[in-house]
Write a protein that binds this ligand. Sequence first.
Ligand code: SF4
Length: 363
Amino acid sequence: MTNPPLKRVLVEEGADRFPSVSRILKRIEGIPVERVSDRKKEKMSGPLNMDKTSLRLISFPGEFLKPCPGTKGYICCGYQILNVGTNCPFDCSYCILQAYFNQPSLRIFVNLEEKLHQIAEVLDRHPDRIFRIGTGEFTDSLALDPIAGWSHVLIPFISERNNAILELKTKTNQVEGLFSFPQRNRIVISWSLNSPSIASREEHGAPGIRKRLEAAKMCQQEGYNIGFHFDPLVHIPGWEEEYKRTFEMMDKLIDPNGIVWLSMGGLRYMPALKAIVRKRHPKSRILVGEFVPGLDGKMRYFKPIRIQMYGFMAEMLRKWHEDLGLYLCMESHDVWEKSLGWSPKNSEGLSHFLDRRAVKFFG
Ligand code: SF4
């Protein structure tokens, strides 16, 4: 059985001419393969069936590298999104992708390698800028990597450049594939973390927190720099004790000196996601609590709750290590001030802060 368990592979018209397709099919030999016309794109029968057992190989016609649009009214980090595929084999109850895409199946863009020169052109046009690039916006960066082979293409490409950092953001613990490269420079492997109970109740199919941290430890031992993202922080009864359990595991397993950055973000969701969560994850507890619409239209916890959560987390984390590159994701100036005791003031300020972290670790 493949991991993730796949029932079929759909190769879209035009995708076959890219060499990565035969490499991918070889990695999942034995799974039935169908050739499908691009025009026959399957529409999702409502958002309920995401069909995560089908893998679709696609030649992506759009631009691979794009600035993260951020969110209106909050401080964002100036990230660049490298779009290598969509959907993910895990099934987190809060996943925003459930409301984003109206097309089913796991999707890998097979023409990434052929588009590298376009990405290189963009990077070369701005030699004085630092591009912090991530692939984990519309898929998990590494959960499909043993099949897609994204890291084989991207790690050597980015580690040779002077003005880019590649962050591979994941919940997986299958990281052994990353150890076959000699390159470590300019690469950050990062994990999405939560409390152990949120991980087991809400992050369906994803490895638990200990396994993620053990994978992070292995990466550190193999010479990678790492990052963490406590996102989404979920306010359920007993949350302090729950998150403390995660800190205790971090303390045992992780060397904090190798952490490039660590972000926190409170649970937020587009209103359309609520009905989808109720239907797809009827046992989920993430909608428990009171939410208010934020400046960007997304539902968030009340400000005092967010401040309390970030403040508590920051205190625990700073006791562990003072220099973790701690930052907040999509928060306002006053929430920064009240919870972390300082603020980058605006998105430009946060970009500079993270660029300085990148320079500190990679020069
Ligand atoms: S790991 Fe990320 S992309 Fe995958 S289901 Fe969970 S939130 Fe969505």
